[in-house]
Design a protein around this ligand. Structure first.
Ligand code: B4P
Length: 194
């Protein structure tokens, strides 16, 4: 059962999605699919596409839906076991595309985990991370885009009874424990309903 967990991890930039997905994928044997990591890997190849992606990341904008969907479709169609989607979907059109893709693949989503962290803590974490797209102006812009485009998709999952909110403040280990408890609780409630 565990090997087939299919989870979307949501939350603002700096909430710790990447940090927690790495731990969770190792602990539960799940594929960790981070659209941010895959985009940064494309930038590292210095291809023409990579140069275009780099300019978008450095502005703090979102990369085009079609490009991100192509990346996700390619990876998920090769992987029938459990997975964690980290950083996707990022807006309502990506959420609708993901619904269609998962219906096509016969891999229904089981849970959407939302990591919650106050804005000033997010800014502090991202500025101390020091990635090339983490200047204060870019971080503020990413948070603004998150509020406008990404946060509204929580309602998409809440309406289907799939949203679980987890407090992302505290040590990395404390947050990881909360996430595991939340997944177990969700799984138990689904089994009870079935
Ligand atoms: P992502 O790579 O998804 O990264 P993120 O949102 O910046 O950070 P994350 O939440 O993963 O935080 P992390 O664990 O690193 O996105 C980067 C860019 O890629 C986007 O801005 C966008 O341009 C593009 N992109 C990605 N997906 C896209 C999509 N679907 N569509 C279009 N564009 C897309 O943690 C942050 C820091 O906090 C780290 O330094 C970490 O060590 C620290 N930290 C983590 N947990 C902590 C804790 N509990 N306490 C203290 N510090 C903690």
């Amino acid at each position: 059962m565990r090997m087939r967990e299919r989870v979307v991890v949501l939350g603002p930039p700096g909430a710790g999605k990447g940090t927690q997905c790495k731990l969770l994928s190792a602990a539960r044997g799940l594929l960790h699919l981070s659209t941010g990591d895959l985009l940064r890997a494309e930038v590292a190849t210095a291809s023409t596409l990579g140069e275009q992606v780099k300019a978008v990341l450095n502005r703090g904008d979102l990369v085009s839906d079609d490009l991100v969907l192509a990346i996700v479709r390619n990876r998920l169609s090769m992987h029938q076991e459990g997975w964690l989607l980290d950083g996707f979907p990022r807006n309502s059109s990506q959420a609708a595309m993901l619904d269609d893709l998962l219906a096509d693949l016969g891999q229904p989503l089981q849970v959407a985990l939302q990591l919650q962290v106050p804005e000033e803590e997010l800014v502090a974490r991202l500025l101390s991370r020091g990635r090339s797209d983490d200047s204060e102006a870019v971080v503020r812009k990413r948070l603004q885009i998150y509020g406008q485009q990404t946060e509204p998709i929580n309602a998409h999952y809440q309406g289907r009874g799939l949203l679980k909110c987890v407090d992302g403040l505290g040590s990395i280990e404390e947050v990881a424990t909360r996430i595991c408890n939340s997944l177990e609780e969700h799984q138990h409630s689904q089994e009870t309903i079935c």
